[in-house]
Design a protein around this ligand. Structure first.
Ligand code: SAM
Length: 324
């Protein structure tokens, strides 16, 4: 059996790495206003530990790595991590998901270090609303970051939006229209992670509803393809694509190709299922590459078939720790 094929025939080629659980924003759908207690530096994987795990993963068939968090750009030395991961044979795509607030400072160096492209979270185009959603952010910083990423060639840029009823659902079409400027736009269904129950059931908007609203405002969305978790469409007159990630209303587990490395060094086969395999402990106790490979393979083998519809009860971990 190929080493990266799980019990259900899915080929696992994609590793998402949370490089830090810390974030400079407190988005209302992701974290409570008070934030979440940060893990201590000791608990968080060091860069050489991340690189070692990625090297083992590449040997097993991982081809794409996404750096995420928390906010990856708040961790000191992130450019050096990118340069280090870029050298690993087998890693064909190295990308990052960021809130963009610090991108204007780092875009050029990230590109020079070998980052291929970025996804930037952008839930609104209105400055006041941006402050309300992110609690600590300024829209202009993220827009400047997006421009810097374009200039640095970290393209095509995808913009990620979480739509919430009564918060920004009236802007889905405006965000979708950015696909006419060449951006990919991804609508991610809000998942019940790290937020209290009541607000979730009140504010959740299913992907189908978001799509309907966009079509009413901008015209038909032409199906392009299904790509991993996203159903991808295009407006007839747009270059950029519009995707819908419907983890809650229509899970896409059968085509899931990813596993996650949490900021504190656990391999997490499924975002929405609690199982994890500790890599940090064995790594720090002197595990050989072969032992790490065995643990990683166990993670692939133990990947559950489906998370089903996640319950709206609080999740075992926050998004920032697991790596959204
Ligand atoms: N700080 C970076 C950012 O803002 O893109 C990377 C980490 S963030 C956790 C990654 C993505 O997860 C963002 O696009 C964010 O909108 C999304 N996200 C966070 N909490 C979510 C939730 N409860 N449901 C759905 N998406 C969520």
């Amino acid at each position: 059996m190929m080493e990266n094929i799980d019990r259900f025939g899915r080929r696992i080629t994609y590793l998402r790495v949370s490089v830090t659980d810390r974030c400079n924003l407190r988005c209302i759908y992701c974290m409570p206003a008070s934030g979440v207690p940060w893990r201590s530096h000791d608990e968080i994987l060091r860069y050489e530990e991340i690189a070692r795990i990625v090297r083992v993963a590449a040997g097993l068939g991982i081809r794409k790595v996404r750096l995420t968090g928390g906010e990856p750009l708040v961790r000191a030395g992130i450019v050096e991590l990118v340069a280090e991961l870029r050298k690993i044979p087998g890693i064909e795509e190295l990308v990052m998901t960021t809130n963009g607030t610090l991108l204007s400072r780092y875009a050029r160096d990230l590109a020079a270090a070998g980052l291929d492209r970025v996804n930037v979270s952008l839930d609104t185009l209105r400055p006041e609303r941006f402050r309300r959603i992110t609690r600590l952010g300024e829209l202009e910083d993220t827009l400047a970051g997006i421009r810097a990423a374009q200039e640095a060639g970290l393209t095509p840029i995808k913009l990620n939006a979480v739509v919430m009823r009564g918060v920004n659902d009236d802007e889905a079409a405006d965000l979708a229209a950015l696909s006419r400027k060449g951006f990919g736009v991804r609508f991610i269904e809000w998942m019940p992670i790290g937020v209290p129950n009541e607000s979730f059931s009140e504010r959740f908007v299913p992907g189908d509803k978001i799509k309907e609203g966009i079509e009413e405002a901008l015209g038909p969305l032409v199906p392009v393809r299904e790509e991993g978790p996203a159903r991808v469409y295009r407006l007839e007159d747009a270059q950029g694509e519009i995707g819908f990630i419907t983890a809650f209303s229509a899970p896409f587990c059968a085509t899931c190709n990813r596993v996650r490395l949490t900021a504190d060094g656990k391999l997490r086969p499924c975002l929405l299922s609690p199982g994890e395999i500790d890599l940090r402990g064995p790594l720090r106790a002197g595990a050989t590459d072969d032992e790490l490979r065995r643990l990683f393979k166990r993670g692939i083998r133990e990947k559950p078939f489906a998370h089903g519809v996640p319950s709206s009860s609080p999740h075992d971990r926050t998004m920032s720790e697991i790596g959204g």
